[in-house]
Design a protein around this ligand. Sequence first.
Ligand code: ADP
Length: 714
Amino acid sequence: MSAAAAGPEVSAPVTTPCRSFHALVILPLLVVALGAVLVGAGVWGVVHSLERERAEIVQAKEADAANLARAFEESIRQTVRRLDQALIHLRAEYAAAPDAFLVRAKDWQRSLYADLAFQVGVIGPDGRLRFSNLGVVPSPIDLNDREHFAVHRRSGEDALFISRPILGRMSGKWSIQFTRRIVQPDGSFGGVMVLSVNPADLTSFYGPAELGRQGSVMLVGTANRAVLARASAIPSDAAGVGRTLVDRPYLDPAGPANTIHYLASEVDDVVRIVAARRLRDYPLLAIVGLGWEELMAPYEERRRDVLTATAAAGGAGMAAILLIAWLIRMQIAQHRRLVEAQRQIADSEERWRLALEAVGDGVWDWNAATGEVFFSRGWKSMLGYGEDELANRLEEWETRVHPEDWAAAQADVRRHLDGTTPVYANEHRVRCKDGAYKWILDRGIVVRRGPDGKALRMVGTHTDITRRRQSEEALRGKTVELERSNAELEAFAYVASHDLRQPLRTINSYLALLQKDLDGTLEEETAEYIRFARDGAQRMDRLIVDLLEYSRVGRKTRPFALCAAAGIFATVRDNLSEAIAEASATLSIAEELPVLWGDENELERLFQNLIGNAVKYRVAGRPPEIRVAAAAEAEGWRFTVQDNGIGIAPEHFERIFGIFQRLHGRSEYDGTGIGLAVCKKIVEHHKGRIWVDSEPERGSTFHVLLPLPKADAP
Ligand code: ADP
């Protein structure tokens, strides 16, 4: 059953503007917010994992730098230890046999320590270079100003001294001087044993394979903060060697031995992860730096790609969410409109139902698709049932319709369903709860059809017409009865008057014979009696003739035909010519006269009676002037017969059309009082009307309205 058929008590859900606002705004906003949270969470997850990855990479790289530094420190420690051992050994050899040592040392390449240093030298206690394996000392080279000599001469301590890189006066090369004090057998200062080391040899431990393009290794003296050796691909291998470092955290003597830093180099400005290790036994720092940018480049590239992809995915996600939110909003708005439309329909349906119920009609609503039907309370109570006593099923109606009316009702329904009739309407009897039948006027109309034209829904009303039907029935009965008795009366009157004329004629003819035979022999009084008798008999005959004519109207009639009014009036004038001449009357008849539909004889009789009366009821001494006219009106042709006679008082306007109704004695105006009754009967036989307008002494106008000829008349 359709929603509308659910009955007036079912109302559609009411949507308040507030709720509508909530659904329309809050829901899409929620979706957007939820979507934004999800997208945000996704982006955060990606960023977070990138951060974690970065931290892991950094940690791994720090570990790499630390490991490289440890290995570098170890290698330096061993090299320096070997250099120191070499110095001690060479010094001992020198002390034992200086000349032999000098001879041997000349062939330095074959020495045990040739791989450690490129030069071995001896500085005399006077500060002059005594020996170098690099060749004969050309002229005295004074080295008193050199730190690596001065330090030994100054302190009596026997310790390894490592110089900052200096340009060798003998070698002409940058070199680090590893030196130890030579002691004379008497314990006095005997000069300095020198091993000159190419700084690059100290840092050749690692190549670009281990350090990368931006990596560097560096050996720094902790005492003098000098860069003893340094290697890096950028900008050039030995850049910075000999430089004194200023602001390096790893130089802090109070700090831990092994540290990790992120520093921009003082030499080349490259930012590096720097792992610094302070050597345990020597005033040296072994430092390995790994280029930060270079290390992080793959990660940064990946990060860029991931972030770009994430931004794109997030953007697309957000766009999709906005689209979904928009679609949801549209959906909700659409739904709202639908609900509102349904509510309005339900409202209006409820209104017409209530209105119909209020006027006492029952309402029904039939859903062809489901076969369900809604019957309103009105119909049920019409039949004497309570609201819940009849189900909303078609059978409730079908089984109660009177068997004699059933077929006609079905036929009417079908005719409307197949579109033959614009409305379904049928009057039938329906059985009430008490077993009696009520007449119901059932009306309905299909309100919805399918694309194939099939009826889907039909609504209608039930009206109780029992009273009307009963009075109609009673009226019909009375009419039939009246018609019957009327016909009987007319037949009787006709037969009686017809049969009465015969004896009357006999009386009349014998009275005439008597009068003739006894003429001159009778006393005047007797002769008058006979005249009265004859007069009465003749009057009676006229009465009978008029009565016969009256009863004949509409009974012995010919089929209606077209007849020209002009012809009718010509005949009438002809028939009345004597009376007209006698009364010196003028009869003027309109020239334009219509064609009528009817019985020509009856119409002649009608107008002859009217014009005859107009001649008859004249004022003495005033010649009658009679005018006949015809005018077209909505209902038909209106004929008027106007005279200047004695006129009629208004209170007699109705009465004069009754049979035997006369306003004058026979002595004044002769007549039977049947003429106008015949006129009325003829006019009614032609479905017209007759009435009179008059003013006493001034004349009368008789009006006759006759319907137009039928359109299909021949
Ligand atoms: P009657 O045979 O008396 O003429 P009608 O039925 O023709 O019978 O008329 C009934 C009465 O109506 C008449 O008696 C007369 O008083 C009145 N009447 C009829 N026609 C006219 C007329 N043209 N002018 C005045 N009175 C009339």
